[in-house]
Design a protein around this ligand. Sequence first.
Ligand code: B3K
Ligand code: ZN
Length: 879
Amino acid sequence: PVAVQLKDYQAPDYFIERTVLDFDLYDDHSTVTAELTVLRNSDKGSDLPPLVLDGQELELLSVSIDGQELPSSAYQVSDNHLTLQPQTKRFVLRTQVRIHPESNTALEGLYRSGKMFCTQCEAEGFRKITYYLDRPDVMSAFTTTVRADKQRFPVLLSNGNPVAQGEEGARHWATWEDPFKKPAYLFALVAGDLWCVEDSFTTMSQREVALRIYVEPENLGKVQHAMDSLKKSMKWDEEVYGREYDLDIFMIVAVSDFNMGAMENKGLNIFNSSCVLASPETATDAAHQRVEAVVAHEYFHNWSGNRVTCRDWFQLSLKEGFTVFRDAEFSADMNSRTVKRIEDVVFLRTNQFAEDAGPMAHPIRPDSYIEISNFYTLTVYEKGSEVVRMLRTLLGADGFRKGSDLYFERHDGQAVTCDDFIKAMEDANGADLSQFKRWYSQAGTPRLAVSSYYDKASAEYTLTFQQSCPATPGQSEKLPFVIPVQMALLSADGEHLPLQLKGEDSAQGCERVLAVSEAEQSFTFVGIEAEPLPSLLRSFSAPVKMSVEYSREQLLALMQHDSDGFNRWEAAQQLQLAILNGLIAAVQAGKTLKSDPQLAEVFAGLLADSSLDQAMLAEMLSLPSEALLAELAEVADVEAIHQAREFLRKALAQALYAPMWQRYQALRAQSREQAYAADAEQIARRSLQGKLLAYLMLTEKTEVKAACVEQFEQAHNMTERLNALACLVNSSFAAEKAQALAQFAEHFKDDALVMDQWFSVQAGSVCPGTLNQVKALMQHPAFSFKNPNKIRALIGGFCAQNPIHFHAADGEGYRFLADQVIALNALNPQIASRLLTPLTRWRKYAPARQAQMRAELERIRASGGLSKDVFEVVSKSLA
Ligand code: B3K
Ligand code: ZN
């Protein structure tokens, strides 16, 4: 396989003005007729180069131009293309192909999910449907007719508005027209026996939009939360970005077999059912929040992605980074802003920083790829969102809005680049972002070391920042980034001091943003009467690894007084990290572990503070995960990390038993009395309750066990039930564990999404024998190797969420993963490649493990018949 390079981008030779599709769907094949109005791209000259259409796994039945059937000598068909020679600069090309959705297990293109037909075209799936110029800078108006059996597929959907329908014997058809020009990756089709929940939204210009969420009939009761989320999203995008919906109808369809979370097809979003369906009894709070976020994300794409799309796939972060930023802000506005930020930063640090430090590291705008599906990454999405957040921090909320208005206005209906986005931000603000753009081209997580100097005599306080960035594949040297450091200075009694830089006439508030743009740069504040305590990188204002030397007293002061909620939590994290690192070193030195009373004192204080928000308290009580500790370590010592962290958790549970137990019982009592709502207050309460129960269960006290079983059996919602189940599964109470698991499976055996949770809770168990249990569960009737949600829950749950067992010293975890990747490679390359991630991190571990992990990567490489997806990840990991 060869790599595609950004520097080789060429505008298309031909455009497609109009696309008329006709699908005839059957159980053993389908036929697709495409009539494309093709037009020479006049910018590229008046000659007529060959027309090279993309197409894969298509059986070509006929080709005609302007109504004249072409003899087979007039075109060439290869594995990936149909090539022919145009005679005029504008013509109608008609092709007919036969395809096999019924045997499409890659879930890309047109495929069957259960009884229905559905599509997933991004990034390059449309070429598996028909011959086409399958690239995002070819934008066309689409008219689509779908034909199928009337009884089994009563609902026939495609993008845009319904314009005609009819019947022909046992079959029927429907025609849809999408007036907005779009690239083929936004095409969608659905046929099935679906029911819908209907609602409507009145836009800011008083247009009525019909909203429909289609599901299989048994799921109708689980749609309300998604519908509410959709209406909130539509309103939010009007209020915050001035963006109004454009078509008369907006549809969401839930499907069970889906490679990703969801897809923003124009007017017809197709969702993994896990990102639509939610009810109190079957979905946790986290699942409710995910539904809200994904519904919003896909809806927001209507402007950031669909109306303004990407010129080429190197620009993916243009739509994804921006849209993740938009959905994160939406979630922050709907729930607790600080908690949302904490969750996102923990996720970024644990996973994206690891990606940035591994063999697949790439800038948010990659320079090359072998398989674009491999670049739907945490870097493109989450770091991409951080880059947009930094723009807003630097330009201010108003300047950012001016920039986004200009971007949407200037580029509506176009396929553009990240440079165009930055240019709009610059032009709207008279700003120069040329150095800032390095965030788009340089990979790696920058380091930011901070030192301070206080001069009493002059009352001056100087902060000095030194930035650097480690080498990443293909990039040995990095130039300095522009790093916005949002900051404040605290006095000894916790006051936030007015901030006046040397040379300024007056102070400019008590919080400001320092734009660090040089390798080393100092900022001197004047009028500082005593040595202050700096609060830096507030709200995590840049995706960097900052190091500041804080004493424990300083961390405690920040935890108490910092007006930035994120930094209060961050101070608690730093304290926990210092203690955990001490314990890890002690394990490695073979010393007996001693508990440090300070953290227990801090936790006791937090538990006693009734003014503290419960969601914040839950976050502050959460120790850094084993995965994060591994990412932060030079060499990740899996066992030492596990032992140290478990030791500390137990020590805290014992030291704080009384206040934790009392608080837990009070929270549980409240839960019993209140009907479930997925609102911020209740979510906060259950989150704290869950954290406390997990600590308490470590004491193995009988009263706690009984409470846990009570909560498992009696809870009226999945959050409490699943939390209790997870505690039992990770405990040594074998009988209760077995009974709870059996009871749960019996009760929910027919609910696929609930069974996913049942699989993943077992895959994550710290108890001995987990790998064998996972292997046994692969034989369970509710498991399916063809369903991505099942793979992610069970296999992914074990390999990515269970470090102590995945990294077992005998190498069995690695062997297991390699076996699964080899098996999945043929069935579903995208899922196979994604599953591989934990093995790509081999450089993080000690030599013995490195050798085992590499050996499994080698075994995959040698297994033959690798998809581009798996080939790229394996070969880059071994390079
Ligand atoms: N745009 C889709 C991504 C689909 C990619 C599939 N390989 C989901 C999203 O980000 O909204
Ligand atoms: Zn997206």
